[in-house]
Write a protein that binds this ligand. Structure first.
Ligand SMILES: *Cc1c(COP(=O)(O)O)cnc(C)c1O
Length: 442
């Protein structure tokens, strides 16, 4: 074999795994164990002073979970990664690791509902203030929002549910001019459609619950770091704080930057937040995500093709008031989607129904095939009325700011036959509005 770097589709199946290290097991084994034998006092000394890598206790690290971390890290071109028990844990540990002594996070109103709620209800209680700014793709205006105690910018690369595309390269420039990192939630895009680190993002978070796993049967999250951000720039003293637990062989306390120079961010999360707050991913759940990852590209390609067909159907439908999908000619994000999402803009999008609240309820109750629930990125197609469910916590003013009108329906397109999906929407529209609709299927 040549020394050429492996391509995406090879990494998603083989990355981070060497069968010789695991009894030649072809499939990644599930290491369902709480702890690992230390194997003698000499090895104990090496393990506990980090001079030899190894596993001690599965809350901190586990071989199955580590293969997942290495595989996603390779897919994203990251320097380090940590897997956690949910996407929310990934976001929370990331922001606490950056702003644990207080400060501000600059973000947008275009976020996953759980993130928006957490920002409103929980973070201020930890001394972390959240500034929401809508015009994120305007670098001059964005720069003016950065205050002396702003610690990071946080955006979704493609937002949930409205598919707002962030101009990552320009946002990263603004962040770096102010010595702060850009954190992106790349859940909707996945590393198959977009590699944020390539455009300057410093930290990437995922809800692996969604398309990375892709089968709607696990809750999991990941944090990746580019390894390029300078945490010693004076704004983040926590990375320079010496810890006795990080002592060298002469018992001299060290800090995270000295001890783990390649991936200080995720290691600090592992040793502080995962260790003491404990949102560990189970080996079995890591295995399920690894299994899902093996078909990531194939699933997304089919979902993109299905999404295109469903959108063409909706475009021809009189009961549809608007469709928000970045690659449509009507979208303000068309140009950005061409730059950042050349393979396609994903399979989660929203549309507005031309109808009253009760007609929308009737439409949803008439749906037979789409599952009516709040998840996304599943192999099954899903439908939900975001303003009453996923984004139901937002006040009317907040919904307006986040651009989620009352008639918003969010679809996550799965892997079924597209004709069945269109037929299902069609019969629900027909039942609700009793109009004959032209089918857009050719
Ligand atoms: C679902 C989701 C999350 C939260 O992830 P969980 O795994 O459900 O905790 C965060 N961000 C986005 C964009 C999501 O869609």
């Amino acid at each position: 074999m040549s020394n050429k770097p492996l391509k995406f589709d090879t990494i998603k199946i083989r990355g981070g795994y060497n069968s010789e290290d695991h009894n030649h097991s072809v499939s990644v084994p599930i290491y369902e164990t709480a702890a690992f034998d230390i194997g003698g006092t000499k090895r104990a000394k090496k393990l506990f002073s980090f001079s030899e890598p190894g596993f001690i206790y599965s809350r901190l690290s586990n071989p199955t979970v580590e293969i997942l971390e290495k595989r996603v890290s390779a897919l994203d071109g990251a320097a380090g990664a940590i897997a956690l028990s949910s996407g929310m844990a990934a976001i929370t540990y990331t922001l606490l690791n950056i702003a644990e002594d207080g400060g501000r996070i600059l973000t947008t109103p275009y976020l996953y509902g759980g993130t928006l709620d957490g920002f409103k209800k929980i973070y201020p209680k930890f001394g972390i203030k959240i500034d929401k700014f809508g015009d994120i793709n305007n670098p001059e205006a964005l720069a003016k929002q950065i205050k002396p105690d702003t610690k990071a910018i946080f955006v979704e690369t493609i937002s949930n549910p409205n598919a707002v595309v962030a101009d990552i390269e320009n946002i990263a420039k603004v962040a770096h001019e102010h010595d702060i990192p850009l954190i992106v939630d790349n859940t909707l895009a996945t590393p198959y459609l977009l590699n944020p680190i390539k455009y300057g993002a410093d930290i990437v978070v995922y809800s692996a619950t969604k398309a990375l796993n892709g089968h709607g049967n696990v809750i999991a999250g990941l944090i990746l770091e580019s390894g390029k951000f300078n945490w010693a720039n004076g704004k983040f003293p926590q990375f320079l704080e010496p810890y006795y637990t990080l002592r060298d062989s002469n018992d001299k306390p060290r800090n995270f930057l000295e001890t783990f120079p390649e991936f200080p961010f995720t290691t600090r999360i592992r040793m502080n937040y995962l260790n003491y707050f404990g949102a560990a991913l189970s080996p079995f759940d890591a295995y399920l995500v690894l299994l899902g990852l093996e078909t990531l590209s194939e699933r997304i390609e089919k979902q993109l093709s299905n999404t295109k067909k469903v959108i063409s159907y909706l475009q021809e439908n009189d009961n549809v008031q608007w469709i928000k999908y970045p690659s449509l000619s009507t979208s303000p994000y068309k140009k950005l989607s061409e730059k950042y999402l050349p393979k396609g803009s994903g399979s989660v999008f929203s549309f507005g129904i031309n109808g009253t609240d009760s007609e929308i309820d009737e439409f949803l109750d008439s749906i037979k095939l789409f599952s009516y629930h709040t998840n996304i990125g599943d192999s099954r197609s899903l439908i939900v009325n975001s303003p009453k469910t996923t984004h139901g916590e937002l006040t009317p003013e907040e919904k307006e700011l986040s651009d989620i009108p009352y008639n918003t329906i969010r679809l996550s397109i799965g892997l079924e036959d597209p004709e069945d999906l269109i037929d299902d929407l069609d019969q629900a529209f027909e039942k609700t509005f009793s109009k004959k609709l032209e089918k857009a299927i050719k």
